[in-house]
Design a protein around this ligand. Sequence first.
Ligand code: NAG
Ligand code: NAG
Ligand code: NAG
Ligand code: NAG
Length: 423
Amino acid sequence: MREYFSARLVLMGLGGLFAGGLILLEYVGPDKVMSSQIVLAPAKENNNNNNNNKEIQQVVFVKVHKAASSTVQNILLRYAMTRELSVLLPKSGGVISEGGYSIPPSTVLPHPEGKERFDILCNHIVYNEKEISKYFSDNAPRVAILREPMAQALSALVYYSTVYPKTELLKGRRKFPSDPINGFLRHPQEFQPPNSKPLSSYINNRMSLDLGFETYKFYDSKNNESKIEQFIKQLEEQFDFVLICEYFDESMVLLRRYLRWSIKDIIYLRVNAAPSLPSSSPFLRKPNITPEVKESFKQWDRIDYDVYEYFLTKFLNKLKSEPHFTEELGTFKVIESEVENFCSKDNRNKIVEIPASNWTNEFTVTKQECKVMMTPELSLVDTVRRMQLRRYNNHRRLLASLRDSSNKSSSRNVSISSKQLKN
Ligand SMILES: *[C@@H]1O[C@H](CO)[C@@H](O)[C@H](O)[C@H]1NC(C)=O
Ligand SMILES: *[C@@H]1O[C@H](CO)[C@@H](O)[C@H](O)[C@H]1NC(C)=O
Ligand SMILES: *[C@@H]1O[C@H](CO)[C@@H](O)[C@H](O)[C@H]1NC(C)=O
Ligand SMILES: *[C@@H]1O[C@H](CO)[C@@H](O)[C@H](O)[C@H]1NC(C)=O
């Protein structure tokens, strides 16, 4: 109960802060305000459908490497779990495709109810609209995320040198053993073997590659302005929404509005954050970023920079055009810190109650839900996989029993186990 009161108090404080402004809308209770004030029509609205306030339950999310995308994935997986949606998942591990865009049906878990189209995508892929459209409806919003490119490349450099070392990066690591960070910023080409395939690298314009930039003559493309422009235009057409890592809470609130989800659906705790390294690790060296280093690195990461700058500008303009955005963002941040505080404490309070406000009905968060929010990426993917496998087998059994009741001779064994899948 104490948790409940502190949440309410903070929100009341916030209310006081804003009490002087905005009496544009008649106050008609949280639900009404929510639907008239904040629900925005998505670009791919199905106009024949009158359910304008219904939440959108299909999302194709491109999990761009090292761009806070594990946190978004956690949100999407939780959403899928609570609504029994179908997530397109690899048969094992967390990656659907990383070295190319094709998604052979034999590599993914079958749809739990035998349907053709899935609801949610949030595991690593290399985006290709044609390939994605085999598994997802055209109406499912396409969502991506971007991060400031130097920060993203450095994060990838550290991750793929320490947590999950790639031989790709070995040459550079050996060349700059005491300060690979600044070695990389000044001589990034040393960290990628000359004839390696673009998709085998995570430090060379990887965000654009994840989003489907053509790999043919990739190294020449950095100098081809028209090609980059064309790519940005393509992204503009294919993607409904590009989130920005540096504005994570803003991104979540925009996503919530866009998909008409509730605040509870977007609360999060950071997952898969930077690895903890021994204090002697050369990967803890501070980057020394002079204007010259910044400029030369921009040339190396040119495609990612152009893409990022374009979508950042677009994102910031979008924020300005959103009604009552600051109020909702403020409320969301208060709720976030309340939830973080509750989840981080090992106390006996099993539940925190978040009071109703202009932006949400009252809701609760349990310790169990904290645990799910803190679950590392691969274990959560595994959990969802097991849930879907169970649904798949139940569905098959049901079909078999239906068949059996009309056809006594059928005796096919239709169950599959997780062991079988790994082969
Ligand atoms: C809630 O909405 C009403 C009506 O728009 C407004 O007057 C009030 O300031 C809002 N409260 C907060 C905390 O934003
Ligand atoms: C640059 O890209 C455009 C568009 O893809 C292509 O037509 C052109 O041949 C490229 N130029 C060079 C020099 O590679
Ligand atoms: C009955 O089962 C057999 C073998 O499993 C199958 O060949 C046949 O088509 C089924 N008949 C019906 C009516 O489902
Ligand atoms: C059906 O398949 C499951 C999983 O592989 C296996 O454990 C079970 O023994 C099989 N049943 C029959 C009747 O073959």
